[in-house]
Design a protein around this ligand. Structure first.
Ligand SMILES: NC(=O)c1ccc[n+]([C@@H]2O[C@H](COP(=O)([O-])OP(=O)(O)OC[C@H]3O[C@@H](n4cnc5c(N)ncnc54)[C@H](O)[C@@H]3O)[C@@H](O)[C@H]2O)c1
Length: 359
């Protein structure tokens, strides 16, 4: 397709990190919904990016994939020119807190310098042509930890405690500065911990499922009493969609499901759901596999999001109850073990080579 043909699409949206957990769910939600937009998935396929997640849309006329590292300024610029990109939804990031503790450099490179590259491209090349929307998908972890009973609002100060959250905060600050200084048309959404299909099995919920099925110890940090506020990924995708289209430039929107739960209680619930689905198998309850391990350094005690602003301003609400979404999620992994194993055994990269490199 030549560039003019891409111009038949009303918007040409670059979605960075579209092969990751939230990015894939967002594309699976938005590509069929908006046939008038072109979606260009820019992802360099780190261990966390799996194109098998996007199999159902890979041949859609309004979807393209480009294997590009956002730290490579020239490659991103070529891609933006090739498709005449009009908007960016930015999700590409290094995201695992434990890895940010052992290797913070790559978090600074992707999360800060990669974001800076995108912003510079927008400032110097794209905004001259049109008013572009830059939507940054960020996290509640930028606010640090809650010790008392309150919740994070859009006015809460940033107090990141891990290299991961510090680099996400750095990116949010850059976006704020580009909005204030250069008038960038920007939106930031800070969401709670997400769960749902297609999450790499290093993260808590798929890790618990994988270990519980394999009869391996299920590691729980510290005393297990850390509290997270969980959000079903599809509810986050609908919030991103709303904020991208209707959010006010320069605003940030907190997205949370009002589902606070202690890690240990969450792990036990997952074990019970798996026990129930395997009730014909004899054996000990899977929660016997729980093994408390040394706490993560700087481990935040509690996160809780107040989503009132996006609810009142944009009319967003969760569609899923936490219990229903958790059962749905666990069953999805039980029915998609092959996908889960493809993340671990490198099959996701072979799929990319077989499917895309000869195109
Ligand atoms: N998962 C959550 O609970 C959660 C909650 C709030 C915010 N977020 C934010 O949402 C975004 C997506 O999170 P996720 O859980 O889907 O992450 P993920 O780790 O599952 O996926 C990240 C994706 O980014 C890609 N990527 C990484 N570095 C890249 C680079 N240099 N160039 C191009 N692509 C690169 C990876 O290949 C992968 O496909 C992140 O910005 C994260 O901070 C996540």
């Amino acid at each position: 397709m030549i560039k003019d043909d891409f111009n038949k699409f009303e918007k040409r949206i670059a979605v960075t990190g579209g092969a990751g957990f939230i990015g894939a769910n967002l594309l699976l939600y938005m590509v069929p919904k908006y046939s008038q937009y072109l979606f260009v998935n820019i992802d360099c396929l780190t261990y966390a990016g799996n194109l098998l997640s996007l199999k159902s849309i890979e041949s859609d006329q309004n979807y393209r994939f480009e294997k590009i590292d956002i730290c490579d300024y020239n490659a991103v610029e070529n891609c933006i020119n090739k498709y005449d990109i009009t908007d960016i939804i930015h999700l590409a990031a290094e995201t695992h807190v434990d890895q940010s503790i052992s290797n913070p450099a790559k978090f600074v490179a992707t999360n800060i310098c990669g974001t800076f590259n995108l912003l510079e491209l927008v400032r110097t090349k794209m905004e001259k042509r049109r008013c572009l929307r830059f939507h940054n998908v960020s996290t509640d972890e930028v606010f640090g930890t809650l010790d008392g009973p309150g919740k994070f609002t859009e006015e809460s100060p940033y107090r990141p405690n891990s290299p991961y959250s510090a680099t996400k905060a750095g990116a949010d600050y850059l976006i704020r500065a580009y909005n204030k200084t250069y008038g960038l048309n920007s939106i930031v959404t800070n969401s709670a911990n997400c769960f749902g299909p297609f999450q790499f099995p290093e993260k808590l919920i798929p890790l618990v499922i994988r270990n519980a099925l394999a009869g391996k110890p299920i590691p729980v940090y510290g005393d297990g009493l850390n509290i997270r506020d969980w959000l079903y990924v599809e509810d986050n995708c609908r919030a991103i969609d709303l904020a991208f289209h209707n959010g006010l430039s320069g605003k940030t929107y907190n997205i949370g499901g009002r589902n606070e739960i202690k890690n240990i209680d969450l792990v036990k619930r997952i074990c019970r759901i798996i026990d129930d689905t395997h009730s014909d198998e004899p054996g000990e309850p899977r929660e016997k596999l729980i093994a408390f391990v040394k706490d993560r350094p700087g481990h935040d005690r509690r996160y809780a999001i107040d989503p009132s602003f996006i609810e009142t301003q944009l009319g967003w609400q969760t569609e899923y109850s936490f219990d229903d979404a958790l059962v749905k999620t666990v069953k999805w992994y039980l029915n998609n073990l092959e996908w889960m194993e493809s993340c671990i055994n490198g099959r996701y990269l072979k799929y990319y080579e077989e499917t895309y490199t000869n195109r």
